[in-house]
Design a protein around this ligand. Structure first.
Ligand SMILES: C[S@@+](CC[C@H](N)C(=O)[O-])C[C@H]1O[C@@H](n2cnc3c(N)ncnc32)[C@H](O)[C@@H]1O
Length: 350
């Protein structure tokens, strides 16, 4: 039974790429941001449709699926409203209206009734009403639903990211495959980026403009020289420490201005991983923050994933958002393998 997938909120294709690696056919991805098109289409044999999921007619999505195939609708709606890292959420308690997009996802499921649904998001979503509304409406539509908070290193992602993964099927019970790695075999920062050529802060590699590291001021260069892997700003001489860190409240952020450890999975790659002051994003031994390429590889994108046309200017801010928001490719692969296993089980059971 062949299975065809459409990816809502597809971005630059982290989820799509993992699904394709697992052996699934991804027909198309929809995203409102056309700057994702190049990366999405260059690395995946899938169509990019620039569209607002809330406005795009369900019938058009329905018509994308080849006749007679099992249809899967997958998606990772924007996570910012639920993310711990969203300052806006923290500061004014206002979650914006992006959460509505999960209801749009639900509407698309209701209109299309695909055999399989997969939804991925940040773990904090599990404490939001919108998540339980999403799940309840699936059950009402006769889907079998399972969900869990996944520790990404268990699935070959060299990063201590946790994500919520939901799977649902109208064909029978569906669950995520068992973890493929253990704490003894987790992929590490060294496994992911240890082979990349050295670069200096503020420089990029001629043969790969994505392997570019942010400029560091003189004082930040002094600071990173004094930082040790897994450590923090507390390792620095007192004169280098920031006043805000020394205040009581600053003590709650020990990992900012830290270096990563070679022999552990990386910390969660946020949308600002290219900034030394934004987390433990210092390179384990070079005096600089992570490059865009390194952030992408820690998200388990292949080292040759093309993000921009060769003549395009690299914007760390714009690409950082796309890379940091992506579903790690290897998690996408695990979701794909789970869908394939489920379809095979259904086939075997007649
Ligand atoms: C969490 S990211 C998706 C990551 C993607 N699945 C991946 O693995 O690379 C969310 C995406 O939703 C897109 N988006 C935001 N609002 C949207 C809307 N109304 N319709 C379609 N896409 C939207 C954003 O442009 C962003 O690319």
């Amino acid at each position: 039974m062949p299975c065809a997938v459409v990816d809502l909120f597809c971005g630059i294709g982290g989820l799509t790429h993992g699904l394709i690696q697992s052996g699934l056919q991804v027909i198309a991805g929809l995203d409102i941001d056309d700057t994702c098109r190049y990366a999405y289409e260059s690395n995946n044999d899938s169509l990019f449709i620039e569209a607002d999921v809330g406005q795009y007619p369900s019938v058009n999505i329905k018509n994308l699926y080849p006749e007679g195939e099992v249809r899967a609708l997958v998606g990772c709606a924007p996570c910012q409203p639920f993310s711990r890292y969203t300052q806006r959420y923290r500061k004014d308690g206002h979650k914006g209206d992006k959460w509505k997009l999960l209801y749009s996802f639900s509407d698309k499921v209701r209109d299309i009734l695909p055999e399989i649904v997969s939804m991925e998001n940040v773990p904090d979503l599990a404490s939001e009403d919108v998540f339980y509304d999403f799940k309840r409406s699936l059950v009402e539509m006769s889907y079998n639903v399972s969900w869990s908070i996944v520790y990404c290193p268990d699935y070959g992602v060299p990063q201590k990211r946790r994500r919520l993964v939901l799977l649902a099927s109208r064909l029978g019970s569906i669950t995520l495959i068992e973890p493929q790695y253990t704490s003894e075999t987790y992929l590490t920062v060294r496994d992911a980026i240890g082979e990349l050529p050295a670069i200096e802060a503020g420089r990029s590699l001629e043969t790969d403009p994505l392997h570019c590291a942010a400029y560091l001021s003189k004082i930040n260069l002094e600071r990173i020289r004094q930082s040790r892997p897994g450590g923090s700003w507390r390792d620095w001489d007192e004169r280098l420490q920031l006043i805000c860190h020394k205040k009581k409240s600053g003590n709650t952020y020990p990992s900012v201005y830290g270096r990563m450890n070679w022999d552990e999975p990386a910390p969660t790659i946020t949308t600002q991983f290219f900034g030394y002051g934004n987390g433990r994003f210092g390179h384990p031994e070079q005096n600089r923050a992570l490059s865009l390429r390194e952030g992408a590889m820690l998200q388990s994108f292949p080292g040759n994933y093309a993000f921009l046309p060769s003549d395009a200017e690299v914007s760390k801010k714009a690409l950082g958002i796309h890379i940091g928001n992506a579903v790690p490719v290897n998690l996408g692969n695990a979701i794909g393998l789970s869908i394939i296993r489920h379809v095979e089980e259904v086939e075997q059971n007649g």
